[in-house]
Design a protein around this ligand. Structure first.
Ligand code: UDP
Length: 377
């Protein structure tokens, strides 16, 4: 089967990292068409996945854009759609991985008479998307032959927004557990290089954005002893510079400069996670899936996650991790302090998480699930 994958992003967010794993088995029979240049293109090339940037125009559709903005951007899309239609003729299937890719892919699928698959990585709820963008996404997705939702939470929100249940299937993100087994020597070196020896390290791995809730972790840190250090791994991928400034301001105001390190965007996530004592996920809005939660589990590290959306499907409180109410720093601080003081129980939970996550999210099984769904088409 020859697949034309479409993704709007030039930067590697969670949806893009997931696409690398999905496209890999098709690397001799696929093309990933991007709507922007950037480091994601390089990552695909490094993984020997054919990639092409299909437009040099910056497509303006934001999550919160209005109807007028949404329709205005259609004009910009015409040359891109024409390009996708022409490219799609050499492929059996169009596989849209993001919302703008879905809109373009739906029109191109109709014009090129190729079936459309949409991989839904979002929760289509009012807290994440404007009404018009939800309407556009659902209308386009309902034209697809298959919608692969990255969690039950994403699927439920899609159906609640008017999406078709009969074409929707849940497939979780897949991971290669071996990538997350890091040698103790490397762990010690990493801690040394980052000046983390003797500290209780809480890691936060996410792009810097208000709803990812890094500020909640900083607030929780005030209620922890001084040996607790936070590393913030990730960058403002989509222009959230004001939030970054606010975070720095918050840290200065609270006098936490010596307890928080910003590491920027990194590609050595398993090494960095393995150097942590606890991984915190603090999203204030429902997380569609939460790759970082599974990655922490695969590293054998305890994880505390905000209890909403896909996170609830991944974590069972006290069994394979911890769940706290989103936006409640005091609950988060309690878990951090509990983990600091009861390392034996925490290690048992983390070990259980590693074993079960290795089976549940194994990339080979996940890719088989996707292959079976695509074959049915
Ligand atoms: N990530 C990364 N480098 C960073 C920060 C994050 O590679 O500096 C990765 C992280 O390991 C995870 C992904 O980005 O695989 C984020 O996915 P998630 O589902 O947690 O959130 P999303 O970005 O999709 O909202």
């Amino acid at each position: 089967m020859k697949i034309l994958f479409l993704d709007q992003s030039g930067k590697p967010g969670g949806a893009e990292l997931c696409l690398i794993d999905i496209a890999k088995p098709y690397q001799n029979n696929c093309l990933v068409g991007l709507f922007a240049d950037g480091s994601f293109k390089s990552l695909l090339a490094e993984n020997h996945i054919p990639v092409q940037v299909l437009t040099t125009q910056n497509i303006q559709v934001r999550k919160d854009s209005s109807l007028a903005q949404g329709l205005g951007s259609l004009r910009q899309l015409v040359p891109l759609i024409a390009k996708v239609v022409q490219t799609a003729r050499a492929y059996d299937l169009i596989y849209a991985n993001t919302q703008k890719a879905l809109v373009v892919g739906a029109i191109a699928s109709f014009l090129s008479r190729r079936p459309l698959v949409y991989h839904l990585h979002d929760i289509l709820s009012p807290e994440h998307f404007s009404k018009i963008n939800r309407r556009i996404a659902v209308t386009a997705a309902n034209r697809a032959s298959l919608v692969i939702a990255n969690s039950q939470a994403s699927k439920t929100a899609f159906i609640e927004a008017g999406g078709r249940a009969d074409i929707s299937e849940v497939v979780y993100n897949g991971f290669d557990p071996q990538n997350y087994q890091i040698d103790e020597l490397v762990v010690n070196q990493t801690r040394q290089q980052l000046g983390l020896e003797g500290k209780f390290v809480v890691g936060h791995f996410s792009r810097l954005a208000p709803w990812k809730g890094q500020h909640i972790l900083i607030e929780a840190l005030v209620q922890c002893p001084q040996q607790v250090t936070v590393i913030l791994v990730g960058d403002a991928l989509f222009g959230e510079q004001e939030y970054v400034q606010n975070l720095h301001q918050q840290i200065t105001t609270l006098g936490l400069e010596n307890q928080v390190k910003f590491l920027g965007f990194r590609s050595d996530i398993p090494q960095l996670m393995s150097a942590c004592d606890l991984i915190a996920h603090t999203s204030t809005a429902a997380e569609p899936f939460g790759r970082v939660i599974v990655e922490a589990m695969l590293c054998g590290k305890p994880v505390v996650a905000a209890k909403a959306g896909g996170a609830v499907e991944l974590v069972e409180h006290g069994i394979n991790g911890f769940l706290v109410t989103p936006g409640k720093p005091q609950e988060l601080a309690q878990v951090i302090n509990d983990c600091l003081h009861d390392s034996e129980n925490t290690a048992t939970i983390a070990n259980h998480a590693r074993i079960t996550a290795s089976q549940r999210f194994d990339v080979t099984n996940i890719n088989q699930q996707i292959a079976q769904l695509l074959t049915k088409l």
